[in-house]
Write a protein that binds this ligand. Sequence first.
Ligand SMILES: [Zn+2]
Length: 78
Amino acid sequence: MLARPEKNRCIECGKMFGTPGFACHEGLIENGPAYWTDRGILCSIECSFTHYKKRMAEGTVPEKPAPDPFEMEHLFED
Ligand SMILES: [Zn+2]
């Protein structure tokens, strides 16, 4: 069995949402992460770019921006 998906971590570097350096929308943790894709959240523009390059290589770049997949309750669980 795989571990359940870590929705609260950057999918590139594993940084926890809410830790220093994790980019929040408009700089406010209450607003949720500043960057995400259909696969998860990203802590920074650098990780967003890294992820985008991987998706380009895979040929799986989403055509549309992903809808925000998060309910705020999920981000503050655990
Ligand atoms: Zn990251």
